[in-house]
Ligand binder design. Structure first.
Ligand code: FPP
Length: 246
């Protein structure tokens, strides 16, 4: 874990930079509602925050950032909101091909891509392909992601390996399960931030968050600033992580 010193409240505080941060980007709808705007306006503002926070994380030395953009349950929202989100993803992904290039960010999509339109799937693939050889922070964008779905998918793939004789069931370990998740090969998140004041995990990285530190912030995602991220890092830095030990 990287360390840096930061002047905070007149005193020097040593900040631990987590290797992997997960963010549940929550509160777009309420942000829009407060301004009498359509929910889609909240998502648009949330997309700007996403760009700002992603770049900031990359600059301060975070190695992996996972953002929850669309869950397996979000399809239940009104058609109008789902299609506004799909349009936002599409326009964002078109720009994203050039964006983040200077920061050497590697873009990955985690989740089941199959229900998305062909255009969107193509853009996801192009983003993954064009960024895969970069050497900077890995940005996992969770789209049509649900952790229970991820675990079911892993169980099915492991079972078929057992059935075909490629894997011995006695040899299945925690590492085996981890290696069948979308985040295979990546460290588990050290810190999970949820803005908007909700105390829920909402089907996000259930397996991977076993020893993550949670920081709930009382800010709606579109209002979330780099100072808020710094505050979350300060809180994280003061935590005593024991991983089940003493
Ligand atoms: C949850 O807030 C947010 C979402 C379901 C969408 C998140 C999407 C973005 C931030 C867009 C940017 C992402 C990319 C990859 C361009 P909510 O709508 O549940 O808010 P509420 O709880 O206030 O209703």
């Amino acid at each position: 874990m990287a360390l840096f010193s930061k002047k905070s409240n007149e005193k020097n505080l040593q900040i631990n930079i987590p290797e992997h941060i997960g963010i549940i980007m929550d509160g777009n709808g309420r942000w829009a509602q407060k301004r009498m705007l359509p929910r889609s306006a909240g998502h648009k503002a949330g997309a700007q925050t996403f760009r700002k926070i992603t770049r900031y994380c990359s600059n301060i030395g975070v190695k992996y950032l996972t953002v929850y953009a669309f869950s397996t349950e979000n399809w239940k929202r009104p058609n109008e909101e789902v299609s506004a989100l799909m349009n936002l993803f599409k326009s964002y992904l078109e720009e994203a091909l050039a964006d983040f290039k200077d920061d050497s960010i590697v873009v990955k999509f985690i989740g089941d891509k199959s229900p998305f339109s062909e255009d969107l799937r193509k853009l996801m693939l192009e983003n993954e392909e064009s960024s895969k050889n970069r050497d900077g922070m890995v940005l996992n964008i969770a789209m049509n992601y649900g952790s229970r779905d991820e675990i079911v998918r892993a169980v099915k793939r492991i079972s078929s390996k057992v059935k075909s004789g490629e894997l011995n069931s006695d040899e299945i370990t925690e590492e085996t399960v981890s290696s069948y998740l979308y985040t295979s090969g990546q460290p588990d998140p050290d810190l999970i931030i949820r803005p908007s004041g909700e105390y829920r995990i909402s089907n996000f990285m259930l397996w991977q968050c076993a020893y993550s530190e949670f920081v709930i912030m009382n800010k709606l995602w579109p209002d979330f600033s780099t100072d808020d991220l710094d505050e979350a890092l300060e809180i994280f830095s003061k935590r005593n992580r024991r991983f089940g030990g003493v």
